[in-house]
Design a protein around this ligand. Sequence first.
Ligand SMILES: *[C@@H]1O[C@H](CO)[C@@H](O)[C@H](O)[C@H]1NC(C)=O
Ligand SMILES: *[C@@H]1O[C@H](CO)[C@@H](O)[C@H](O)[C@H]1NC(C)=O
Ligand SMILES: *[C@@H]1O[C@H](CO)[C@@H](O)[C@H](O)[C@H]1NC(C)=O
Ligand SMILES: *[C@@H]1O[C@H](CO)[C@@H](O)[C@H](O)[C@H]1NC(C)=O
Ligand SMILES: *[C@@H]1O[C@H](CO)[C@@H](O)[C@H](O)[C@H]1NC(C)=O
Ligand SMILES: *[C@@H]1O[C@H](CO)[C@@H](O)[C@H](O)[C@H]1NC(C)=O
Ligand SMILES: *[C@@H]1O[C@H](CO)[C@@H](O)[C@H](O)[C@H]1NC(C)=O
Ligand SMILES: *[C@@H]1O[C@H](CO)[C@@H](O)[C@H](O)[C@H]1NC(C)=O
Ligand SMILES: *[C@@H]1O[C@H](CO)[C@@H](O)[C@H](O)[C@H]1NC(C)=O
Ligand SMILES: *[C@@H]1O[C@H](CO)[C@@H](O)[C@H](O)[C@H]1NC(C)=O
Length: 811
Amino acid sequence: MMMMGFLQLLFLSWISVASLRGCMGSDDPVQLNDDVLGLIVFKSDLHDPSSYLDSWNEDDNSPCSWKFIQCNPATGRVSEVSLDGLGLSGKIGRGLEKLQSLKVLSLSQNNFTGDISPELALIASLERLNLSHNSLSGRIPTSLANMSSIKFLDLSENSLSGPIPDNMFDNCFSLRFLSLARNSLEGPIPSTLLRCTTLSNLNISNNHISGNPDFSTGFWSLTRLRTLDLSHNALSGSVPEGVSALHSLKELQLQGNHFSESLPADIGLCPHLTRLDFSYNLFTGAIPESLQRLSSLTFFSSSNNMLTGDFPQWICSMSSLEYLDFSSNQLTGVLPSSMGDLKSLTHLSLSDNRVTGSIPMSLLYSTKLSVIRLRGNAFNGSIPEGLFGLGLDEVDFSWNELSGSIPPGSSTLFESLRKLDLSRNNLTGGIPAEMGLFSKLTYLNLSWNNLQSRMPPEFGFFQNLTVLDLRNTALYGSIPGDICDSGSLGILQLDGNSLTGPIPEEIGNCSSLYLLSFSHNKLSGSIPKSISKLNKLKILKLEFNQLSGEIPQELGRLENLLAVNISYNGLIGRLPVGGIFQNLDQSALQGNLGICSPLLKGPCKMNVPKPLVLDPYAFGNQMGGHKPGADQSSGSSKNFRHHKFLSVSAIIAISAAVVIAIGVMVISLLNVSARRRLAFVDNALESMCSSSSRSGSLATGKLVLLDSKASQDWVSSPESLLNKAAEIGEGVFGTVYKASLGGEGRVVVAIKKLVTSNIIQYPEDFDREVRILGKARHPNLIALKGYYWTPQLQLSGIRLCTKWEFTGKTP
Ligand SMILES: *[C@@H]1O[C@H](CO)[C@@H](O)[C@H](O)[C@H]1NC(C)=O
Ligand SMILES: *[C@@H]1O[C@H](CO)[C@@H](O)[C@H](O)[C@H]1NC(C)=O
Ligand SMILES: *[C@@H]1O[C@H](CO)[C@@H](O)[C@H](O)[C@H]1NC(C)=O
Ligand SMILES: *[C@@H]1O[C@H](CO)[C@@H](O)[C@H](O)[C@H]1NC(C)=O
Ligand SMILES: *[C@@H]1O[C@H](CO)[C@@H](O)[C@H](O)[C@H]1NC(C)=O
Ligand SMILES: *[C@@H]1O[C@H](CO)[C@@H](O)[C@H](O)[C@H]1NC(C)=O
Ligand SMILES: *[C@@H]1O[C@H](CO)[C@@H](O)[C@H](O)[C@H]1NC(C)=O
Ligand SMILES: *[C@@H]1O[C@H](CO)[C@@H](O)[C@H](O)[C@H]1NC(C)=O
Ligand SMILES: *[C@@H]1O[C@H](CO)[C@@H](O)[C@H](O)[C@H]1NC(C)=O
Ligand SMILES: *[C@@H]1O[C@H](CO)[C@@H](O)[C@H](O)[C@H]1NC(C)=O
């Protein structure tokens, strides 16, 4: 409070001193006070949280010893005030205009707010004014037009709005540098700009400047220009020839506007150009040939235009190029084989064009390459061996026609590669084992290739791997348990492969996972409980597998789950309570063995045998409200229609196979459409299984091979299969056991026990039906090779109809 009062007083006394001055003549102490008082008044309007300006003491006769102040030694007057980055805030208020010898005023990178004070223009001596990186708002004051000594004017990175004043450049005879970048200025570029013939740097980028600047009479006449940055505005019209008048031009940035027509053909006649950016406009036509003269150009981008013509074969004469971006145009042709002459190239992006041919081997000689994006072209042939020997950081070859194998990497690549996208090609030959050494990899996408490979377990060790997309890559084998060792994975997509075995319990270690999709595989076993530990999980896709058992109730705890699809598996039982599960769409649950949900009329009506965990009363309760018409028959075993269940048995029967001493066979029922086309099979089975309850019994079962038309008696009793020791796995529709056939010279087979609700007691009935099915042929089905039949099996006091599915397995 005292301070403020004192300042007020000072201010008044300064006015009186100033008015006295006229009478007293120019007297040194009074002049010094002018500067002291001006600065003190300026300071009084600011907030200086770090007390940088403590040395500014109103009792001093001269401010020349103050911090951040410089004086002209000859006159003792303040010539420079530089307060950059001191965290100052408040308004740029009165006072400064009294510093009549001030040449440099730099207040950038502070937190100044409010308008630009028009009085600043009263400092006639000012040559450099830097107010950049503040929060100044309002319009640019027209008074700035009066600053005829100004050479450097930087108002960039503020919140200035409105148009650039028309007369702004009336007196710009000295102006060399002007930046109004990153504000919210609008309207056209004033034509008075033409008068700034000494201008060498002009930056009005990142505003909303619009209109169609007349380059020919405008910018192209500012022949001293070294940098011209008009980027990210709303400018339109053509950019005509004539740019070669700017002999000194080093940087031309026109990106992010609506410029159209062809690129200026004489652009290559600006010999000093180092940076040229035409990207994100509407340019058409070919890339001007004159460009090849630009041997100093390091940066060239014309991405996201509509350029046509062949990829320039002369590109290699631009020998300084470091950054080349032609992406998202309509370029055709092939890459020149001498591409590797671009020795300085670090960034090459040609994505989304129509370039064909192979990736030139010579690229290996561009040893500084770090980013290479060729996505969405028609490159064919193989990835040059050795390309992965460079220390690349990012490789995107997706959506091409590349074939051959993924080259192994070198130690340089292992230490550098962060992102590898080879998706949507025709690559074969597996995932190189060396990939396990990529320590920095964060993104790996090999989806839609034909790798025919197992999943290397090493993926789990990548500390920073967040995306692993291996969809549709013809993977087989099991999902390695250590896939989640590092816990960094956020996206794990393995859909559309031939993965077998269970989902590893260790999946619960993928603590960052939010997208887990394993659909369209042959995964079996139950859904691991540990998935419930993935509390970031948003999407869980498991459809079209052979998962069995109940859905772990714990999954109901996953609060972030937004989408779940478990359709077309062999799942049974109740849905987890809580979470998204009670709101799932019927389509996300359909095609299972017996999920209990009011949405699933079909399966829930099936008569699932009691030993299969299901409690029929639970069904009754759940289904209590369904349509009365559906329950035509009565009696506990006929309470449910058979249809859905029978379609499941149809699949089982059709895919059941005995292949003795041939090899491992797998059920390969891949899609619904296959099932639909085999509806007739469905019906056949339906009639088969409903022609059931006749009496009679057979003491032993019989093995029937459809091909040999011979049958043989089962050597060991079926009951021996119930022996735990013979169990080799839990299949989708039942347990798989190992058994021997045929006495001496016996063959070991894998046998899947199928459980159905109906009893067929006469082998003739069953045989006839099964032989019909055995004739069914479909690419997605394995031919039925045989069956084993036994009328009934006493198991824990429950009568089961059993059929046997055989899957051959050599010893
Ligand atoms: C500007 O002020 C804001 C709070 O108003 C503060 O968070 C920020 O750090 C300041 N910036 C500078 C450069 O001091
Ligand atoms: C203004 O200050 C900023 C940051 O301190 C600096 O980068 C810029 O070059 C300065 N502008 C001029 C014209 O000196
Ligand atoms: C420029 O200065 C002249 C005289 O110094 C004054 O008359 C005029 O109003 C000023 N122009 C602006 C836009 O402030
Ligand atoms: C223009 O200004 C923007 C924002 O300050 C800056 O990022 C850009 O590099 C400048 N352009 C040139 C050519 O210096
Ligand atoms: C690549 O494509 C070009 C043009 O489409 C074709 O002439 C050439 O034979 C192809 N090369 C390979 C290896 O497929
Ligand atoms: C992997 O690549 C495919 C095809 O390019 C793309 O559709 C998919 O989004 C990518 N996956 C991820 C997780 O980015
Ligand atoms: C992939 O390669 C195979 C032969 O290796 C060829 O038959 C098939 O057409 C190719 N697919 C595509 C999409 O190029
Ligand atoms: C993983 O990323 C972090 C943070 O970006 C980094 O510090 C660490 O070095 C990276 N780890 C590896 C093996 O690259
Ligand atoms: C991964 O999960 C398994 C089983 O869920 C657990 O035994 C193991 O300790 C976990 N490993 C890590 C590194 O968390
Ligand atoms: C679940 O997957 C099946 C099979 O792909 C599909 O038909 C169904 O629309 C999906 N449902 C939901 C809710 O995603």
